[in-house]
Design a protein around this ligand. Structure first.
Ligand SMILES: [Zn+2]
Ligand SMILES: [Zn+2]
Length: 761
């Protein structure tokens, strides 16, 4: 017998291994096996098929079977195959992206300790009213111990349990909770434990009991608008599997999701709730946990590998999570009985993986996944992608809109400021217009919060010699280095190359190096001068490397630890801060001027979403409508005007017209063919040859070769050729021809060292 296996390598196809007789009873489709590869390598491979067709090459033996259970479900494999086919990569690459690295190691045995939480409880000896009261009296000399014990009794309902003589009525409490609630240190708790009054015990996180209250009773109540929207979605589902929920920012989509999830669970189905990484914070997870308890699992890229292995294993076990809330890669996870897929913020560009392969779009994979499982889909957003809205207009998707904010809060008022003119008149203070400063000052006086959006991290995007114009460049990439003042370094944002900041210009020796442009660090510095009293927080890639630091900022700002939050696009996404009344977009023009056919669409989405962070609460303490100050170089630009009017339809109409005119998605399929090489001359030659060969097959559908915006990254030069394919054409055929051409080109001795890959859609 033979087994076809996927190996976690970027190689085409599956590999056939011999099943030694002593393993035949253990090897099954979907299990993980340890296999030899090449001269001395070993990998954990996944079995996709068992058969008795002897291959033409000599087969090696499977070495061991890594576990008895199946790790790859049949329809999951089907979806992986679809991803590999559609996004033109290999099955091995999909495997690499889908499975946490702990499950790809050759020995396969992942030594992970289950996560535990420390709990505290009253000992049996003191579950006795007389002894307990005597103890409390005697503790008068140890005030803090007495206080902690009193808090414990209050919070856990010990008295009621004592009255009824039923110890199971005592509520469980974690060590952290009791320390926080009592304001005591660990040593006070230890003293009580030493006395034999309290004791600590560990609970495995997986097994933390949830409240036995049925989720129905915990559901948030829906407003009339929300109730109507939910019903409308269900009506659309009678005819179509996918429904777009187009609701303005803060319209309360989450409550609708929670009700839909509850319905799916009641019919015994699983739910996948897909979110951009940034939104997947404790904010939303907490809300869902409150209702669904431990039926909910979380899959986050900032989790440790062991934690992700834990989730993966649970999904293939007999007791999987009913709801999995996760980021992009969770579409590749196993689901046994999927009934509902929710993609929140469906327009988010972070659903698309750019590097490495598979260069997939998680929303589109989720749609295919749901289709294969016959599950229903909701795509939720305030600013639909052109693709999705177009599908709704064409009648492919159902469409439901929510036009009012939850609690009838008004949409924020957007004021546009022309900073080009103000700069000419020398009225700008750094990046701040007089209007923005005034709004900020007033908000701070009213004890409200402010969010500032600047889509560049670091201190300044570049350093420049004032004498000769020299700008430090990354030696490996075609980009200038960003000045990071906090770490006092120059950093490449493409390859992470780092160097010291030079004292003088290496070209002309002048000591006049000045900063050009503004990053979040520089904005933060300016604010300390402008608002010395205000407390600041900064949220960008540099301050949020770990999950803890990221959640710390979100929670801290929510609590009111800071008055002003400065951030990159991270602050844009789905965060819900109730006390924010003013939002400043420092320079919207940088978003509009990206060399990408989607730049206007994205700028509209980004501006609308940032603006949507303002004035989200019906709270009476926030007296007026939220304010957004939108600073831009050209106030009359049409996308800016569409944002101000909140006119999604006008944006759509204008952009779709452009896409028609220049033939771009969603009116065609776009396949970008990339080539990389260390030698620029060889690459140019290859790019020309590729374009020529492609034209012989695809004619006018071929564009290029072109230099991408960043034409060299990590010492590799890059060129691309675009293919625009009619929607009706067979993509399978296109892919077949492209692969033929690829094999032909890479087979030539001169291009041996080149790399080729594809980016679809
Ligand atoms: Zn110079
Ligand atoms: Zn670089």
């Amino acid at each position: 017998m033979y087994a076809d296996c996927i190996v976690p390598l970027p190689l085409e196809g599956v590999f056939t291994y011999n099943i030694p007789t002593h393993l035949t009873h253990l090897v099954q489709v979907g299990c993980r096996v340890n296999v030899p590869f090449g001269q001395k390598k070993q990998y954990a491979a996944l079995v996709t098929r068992l058969h008795d067709e002897k291959p033409v090459y000599d087969t090696k033996d499977i070495l061991t079977v890594l576990e008895e259970s199946v790790m790859l479900l049949p329809h999951q494999l089907k979806l992986w195959q679809w991803v590999a086919e559609y996004y033109m990569c290999t099955l091995g690459e999909v495997y690499k992206a889908a499975i946490p690295s702990g499950l790809k190691e050759k020995d396969g045995v992942v030594m992970y300790r289950p996560r535990t939480v420390d709990f505290v409880r009253l000992t049996k000896d003191f579950f006795d009213p007389i002894r307990l009261n005597a103890l409390l009296a005697s503790l008068k000399v140890a005030r803090k111990q007495q206080h902690l014990l009193m808090r414990y009794i209050e919070l856990t309902g010990v008295n009621a349990a004592l009255t009824l003589q039923n110890a199971t009525l005592v509520k469980e409490i974690t060590k952290e909770e009791i320390l926080k609630a009592s304001g005591c240190t660990g040593s006070i708790l230890k003293a009580l434990c030493d006395r034999g009054v309290l004791e600590e015990y560990e609970v495995v996180v997986d097994r933390i009991p949830t409240s036995s209250i049925p989720s129905d009773l915990l559901l948030p109540s829906l407003s009339e608008a929300q109730q109507n929207a939910k019903q409308a979605i269900e009506t659309e589902w009678e005819k179509k599997d996918v429904c777009l929920l187009h609701g303005v920012t803060a319209s309360g989509k989450t409550e609708i999701y929670i009700h839909l999830i509850n319905d799916a669970l009641k019919s015994g189905k699983q739910v996948l709730f897909l979110l951009p990484e940034i939104v997947l914070t404790s904010q939303l997870t907490d809300r869902l946990k409150k209702v669904f308890g431990d039926r909910l699992g979380v899959y986050h890229s900032r989790y440790t590998d062991a934690e992700r292995v834990e989730v993966y294993r649970k999904q293939v076990s007999d007791n999987p999570y009913d709801i999995l809330i996760g980021v992009r890669s969770s579409v590749l996870l196993p689901f046994k009985n999927l009934g509902l897929v929710i993609v929140d913020e469906e327009h988010e560009t972070s659903f698309k993986q750019a590097e490495p392969a598979p260069r997939y779009h998680a929303r589109n994979v989720a749609l295919m996944m749901a289709h294969m499982a016959k599950a229903k889909v909701v795509l939720g957003t305030a600013t639909p992608s052109l693709e999705t809205y177009n599908n709704a207009l064409q009648g492919k998707y159902g469409y439901v809109s929510l036009t009012t904010r939850y609690g009838n809060v008004c949409l924020p008022e957007i004021e546009v400021v022309d900073i080009a003119e103000l700069k000419r008149k020398k009225l700008m203070t750094g990046m701040f217009s007089p209007l923005l400063l005034k709004e900020m000052r007033e908000a701070l006086e009213r004890k409200e919060q402010v969010i500032l959006f600047q889509n560049r991290r670091g201190f300044a995007p570049m350093l420049e010699c004032q004498v000769c114009g020299w700008v430090p460049q990354c030696p490996h990439c075609d980009v200038s280095l960003t000045h990071h003042k906090r770490s006092n370094r120059l950093v490449c944002h493409y390859c992470s190359y780092v160097q010291e900041i030079p004292q003088r210009c290496p070209q002309c020796e002048a000591e006049k190096l000045s900063c050009k442009g503004y990053g979040t660090e520089r904005i933060e510095d300016e604010l300390t001068m402008l608002f010395p009293e205000a407390k600041l927080m900064r949220m960008d890639l540099d301050t949020t490397r770990s999950r803890a630091s990221y959640e710390g900022i979100v929670k801290g700002f929510q609590r009111g630890d800071a008055d002003i939050l400065i951030g990159t696009q991270m602050v844009v996404k789905g965060l819900d801060f109730r006390r924010v009344s003013v939002v400043g977009i420092l320079n919207a023009s940088t978003m509009l001027n990206q060399p990408d056919f989607r730049s206007y669409e994205r700028a509209f989405q980004m501006m609308t979403q940032v603006a949507g962070r303002a004035g989200r609460s019906a709270n009476a303490s926030i007296s007026r409508r939220g304010r957004v100050v939108l600073q831009v170089h050209d106030a009359k630009q049409s996308t800016v005007q569409q944002v101000v009017r909140g006119d999604y339809k006008a944006m759509f109409a204008e952009q779709i017209e452009e896409r028609k005119l220049f033939n771009y998605p969603p009116l065609c399929r776009l396949v970008e063919v990339y080539m990389k090489h260390k030698d620029e001359a060889v690459l140019e030659h290859m790019a020309e040859e590729l374009a020529r060969t492609l034209r012989m097959v695809f004619g006018q559908r071929v564009l290029g070769p072109d230099m991408p915006a960043i034409a060299r990254v990590q010492t590799m030069y890059i060129r691309k050729v675009c293919l625009k394919i009619e929607l009706e054409a067979s993509l399978t055929e296109v892919r077949r021809r492209l692969r033929e051409i690829q094999t032909f080109l890479l087979g030539k001795a001169e291009y041996k060292a080149a790399q080729m890959y594809y980016d679809v859609d």
